[in-house]
Design a protein around this ligand. Structure first.
Ligand code: NDP
Ligand code: OXD
Length: 309
């Protein structure tokens, strides 16, 4: 019985080596070399072609190569009766936290202004707020967002979080659901989006949301590109209502050369690198879950297909 890896990266050989060490009896195959589809019990995938998973009749689990699973739900033939498991990985979470902290500090310390001034050899101080006066709002306070909120609080920001269901996190103001969104946004100077992409979160970063944030606030989007209405952000930046944005994820990836986001003076673009799955740590939870399934147990970190995350 075999595992099929489908990755858009060149990391097939790396994964093969990790599995050979951790689970030597596993027959490891890399898409498109599927062999007999009936052999495949486990699929470890990122953005699989539509119909691939449905063509594997003996699948026991679908493992996402990332924390997000929206890439799976794009496939109309996704076999929803098969357990879908996402990555919950300390290294991945740590990298996301680094990114959130990096750009929260970047905006807090007015670095975009100093970068622009350097181009014109301008020596001029900007006002410096206390970090405890800078209000950061984290949208999505699950595995990653919760860790980011705690880390941002740990370096002194005034942090709040927003989620679907009510939460209690020490030292963090929490808001939930549609009713909590307005008050959450009204107190947010730097918004960090770490939401999963679902029907409810698609286009959530739009003109109405930006209007509900204070004048001169900032956006960091490390959730998913389809959460952001890109033209609404450009309009909010051009009007000055939003002062700057750091974007790691985009509606179309790679970001097309003709996108106005590339050259916008108030936008930082990174190529979906806030975190990168590390086979050395991620293999351990896939192997642990295969062992659980072999022992007749349910895998951990299974997502709720109805909820979409
Ligand atoms: P989790 O499932 O642990 O957390 C998701 C959070 O979002 C939860 O707090 C959840 O609320 C909240 N949420 C979901 N839907 C809504 C909604 N409609 N309204 C309000 N809150 C909502 O996910 P992770 O933290 O592990 O990952 C989050 C996302 O980060 C991934 O899905 C992926 O899109 C993105 N990501 C991006 C990466 C990058 O490189 N840019 C790397 C890794 C992840 P509740 O707690 O109530 O369920
Ligand atoms: C993920 C990602 O979901 O890298 O893990 O985007």
């Amino acid at each position: 019985m075999a595992l099929l890896l489908r990755t858009s990266s060149s990391r097939g050989p790396w994964w093969r080596g990790e599995f050979a060490r951790e689970l030597p009896d596993l027959d490891f195959r890399v898409h498109p070399e599927v062999g007999d589809p009936k052999d495949i019990e486990y699929a470890l995938v990122w953005d699989p072609p539509a119909g691939l998973l449905a063509s594997l009749p003996n699948l026991k689990a679908i493992f996402s190569l990332g924390a997000g699973v929206d890439h799976l739900f794009k496939d109309p033939q996704l076999p929803r009766h098969v357990p879908i498991v996402r990555l919950v990985d300390e290294r991945l979470t740590g990298q996301m936290v680094e990114y959130a902290m990096l750009y929260a500090l970047y905006f807090h310390r007015a670095i975009p202004t100093y970068e622009a001034q350097q181009k014109t050899k301008t020596w001029k101080e900007s006002p410096l707020k206390l970090i405890s006066e800078r209000r950061v709002g984290v949208m999505g306070i699950g595995e990653i967002g919760g860790a980011a909120a705690r880390a941002l609080k740990g370096i002194g920001f005034d942090v709040a979080g927003w989620s679907r269901s009510p939460k209690v996190i020490d030292g963090i103001k929490t808001y939930a659901g549609a009713d909590g969104l307005g008050p959450f946004l009204a107190r947010t100077d730097i918004l960090v989006c770490i939401l999963p992409l679902t029907a409810e979160t698609t286009d959530i970063l739009n003109a109405k949301l930006f209007a509900a944030m204070p004048q001169g606030s900032y956006l960091i989007n490390i959730g998913r590109g389809r959460q952001l209405v890109e033209q609404d952000l450009v309009a909010a930046l051009d009007s000055g209502h939003i002062a700057g944005a750091a974007l790691d994820v985009f509606r179309t990836e790679p970001l097309p050369p003709e996108s106005p986001l590339w050259a916008h003076p108030k936008i930082v673009v990174t190529p979906h690198i806030a975190a990168m799955t590390d086979p050395r740590s991620s293999v351990l939870q896939v192997v642990a879950n295969i062992k659980r399934i072999r022992a007749g147990q349910a895998p951990i970190n299974q997502i709720d297909s109805k909820r979409g995350y």
